[in-house]
Design a protein around this ligand. Structure first.
Ligand SMILES: CC(=O)N[C@H](C=O)[C@@H](O)[C@H](O)[C@H](O)CO
Ligand SMILES: CC(=O)C(=O)O
Length: 303
């Protein structure tokens, strides 16, 4: 299988709401166009950054549909279908297949503590439901489930597993997954703050929650890494991390901050769904300053 289409910068897609907080078709398509024009490789639709756990099944289907209608055949599209029940996850996976997504992906099941055998079964049932390639999503800091090498080994026996999106913080996990699965397998870097180190230790590309607000910087970081220019790669990662720390320093959720910043770029996709908190008060004034950090960094590395 040719895995080239998965290698590169893949922003995690944000939920796009209208003024009343309902999923908006036109705004979803607007964000699609915006990111497409930036030159990203693909999109990861309906994941954490997509606020998936706060959406009904119908809302999740709607977002999957609007993105596919806008970008199918233009970008690599990965559908995140993880849901509390296996049943809903399977429904979403089948729907993503109908829409022509390139791959499906899922977090482990959440809320209850699950054994490795339950998680194995959950992911396997999603895989069995379609003919699509599957990408494991390991994000222990939000799910409480840490993918072990033993479970990983069992999972990759299934030919449908083509990759893992690893968001655990030790970069060494990326190296271990890559070493275990071999070259013909995609490891996506999860923590945006470690994109460059993730790539150097073996990741083939990245899927990230902050790429959408500064795709230019991640595309440049990727260019530096591919060219072996580690001096500039390190410098741009440093600038990116200053920006991420600033983005995370406000009271509202990271995604509400990001959406306010996109507004400054002319892209209106509403705010976030509660309990995620919107940006308010003084914090609104700080956002222009964070945008300036991004714009300055883009200028600095251009050309
Ligand atoms: C824990 C979490 O949400 N991780 C995301 C996905 O891997 C990242 O892309 C973060 O959004 C990003 O690294 C900013 O902290
Ligand atoms: C990568 C990320 O943040 C997501 O799962 O949407």
């Amino acid at each position: 299988m040719n895995l080239e289409k998965y290698k590169g910068i893949i922003p995690a897609f944000y939920a796009c709401y209208d003024e009343l907080g309902e999923i908006s078709e036109s705004r979803t398509k607007e964000l699609c166009n915006y990111l497409y024009k930036k030159g990203v490789k693909g999109l990861y639709v309906g994941g954490s950054s997509g606020e998936c756990i706060y959406h009904s099944l119908e809302e999740r289907k709607a977002t999957l549909k609007y993105v596919a209608h806008q970008l199918k055949g233009k970008l690599t599209l990965i559908a995140h279908v993880g849901a509390p029940s296996t049943r809903d996850s399977v429904i979403l996976a089948k729907y993503a297949e109908e829409l022509g997504y390139d791959a499906v992906s899922a977090i482990p099941p959440i809320y209850f503590k699950f054994s490795e055998s339950s998680v194995y079964k959950y992911w396997t049932e999603i895989m069995d439901a379609t003919k699509m390639p599957f990408i494991i999503y390991n994000i222990p800091q939000t799910t409480g489930f840490d993918l072990s090498i033993n479970l990983f080994k069992r999972l990759i026996e299934n030919q449908k597993v083509i990759g893992v999106k690893n968001s655990s913080m030790p970069v060494m996990d990326i190296e271990r997954f890559k070493a275990t699965a071999g070259e013909d397998f995609i490891v996506f870097n999860g923590p945006d703050e470690q994109y460059v180190s993730g790539r150097i230790i073996g990741a083939d590309g990245g899927i990230g929650g902050t790429y959408g607000v500064m795709p230019e910087l991640f595309l440049m970081a990727e260019k530096f890494v591919s060219a072996g220019d580690f001096e500039n790669a390190r410098k741009i990662q440093h600038d990116i991390n200053d920006i991420i720390v600033a983005l995370c320093s406000l009271n509202g959720s990271l995604y509400s901050t990001i959406k306010e910043m996109l507004k400054l770029n002319g892209v209106y996709i509403g705010s976030v769904r509660a309990p995620l908190e919107s940006v308010s008060g003084d914090d609104l004034n700080k956002i222009a300053g964070i945008k300036a950090l991004i714009d300055n960094a883009i200028q600095k590395y251009k050309g």
